[in-house]
Design a protein around this ligand. Structure first.
Ligand SMILES: Nc1ncnc2c1ncn2[C@@H]1O[C@H](COP(=O)(O)OP(=O)(O)OP(=O)(O)O)[C@@H](O)[C@H]1O
Ligand SMILES: [Mg+2]
Length: 142
């Protein structure tokens, strides 16, 4: 775990922008890992950032030539808010219906399952999709 996350009172914020290409999804995962380290929830955070970054590239202008997306982590000792910022588009993030036969439309359902809460800010000019996950405190992780 990052030593910074051991402090019970501090909230830390880390941000990074990425070119909007599929190759950058693994970079975004690595960015998350670099701050959470071997925390119990690191795998969950990696999955969430993968889904949100993939959506930014697939569904927004972030995935067009020259497009970019951003990742922000707000982390304390017991919570993490993971936010992905995109360059907007005509669609709106939404949960797809479970009865749909289509194999796509699962990413945000996964985010909903893995997070305590998730939500969206912004409009067609640019959106932030965020997810909140609880972190196991360092003294309970053993
Ligand atoms: N950042 C975003 N901006 C605009 N629309 C979005 C964004 N993220 C998701 N959406 C919309 O919400 C829908 C549901 O997203 P979700 O991630 O669940 O499914 P998907 O990306 O279509 O497929 P999958 O994630 O299973 O490959 C998308 O089809 C898209 O219309
Ligand atoms: Mg998706």
């Amino acid at each position: 775990m990052s030593p910074a996350l051991n402090s019970p009172k501090e909230i830390h914020r880390w941000c990074r922008n990425f070119p909007g290409t599929r190759a950058q999804i693994s970079e975004a995962r690595q960015f998350v890992t670099s701050y959470l380290g071997d925390h119990l929830e690191t795998d969950t955070a990696q999955l969430i950032v993968s889904e949100l970054a993939t959506n930014a590239i697939r569904h927004t202008r972030s995935g067009l030539p020259g497009g970019r997306f951003g990742v922000t982590l707000h982390a304390g000792s017991t919570l993490l808010i993971l936010a992905v910022h995109d360059e907007g588009g005509s669609s709106t993030p939404h949960l797809c219906r479970a009865e749909d036969e289509d194999q796509s439309g699962r990413g945000l359902c996964l985010v909903e399952t893995l997070s305590a809460r998730w939500g969206v800010h912004g409009d067609n000019a640019g959106r932030t999709v965020w997810a909140l996950i609880s972190l196991t405190p360092a003294d309970q992780a053993a």
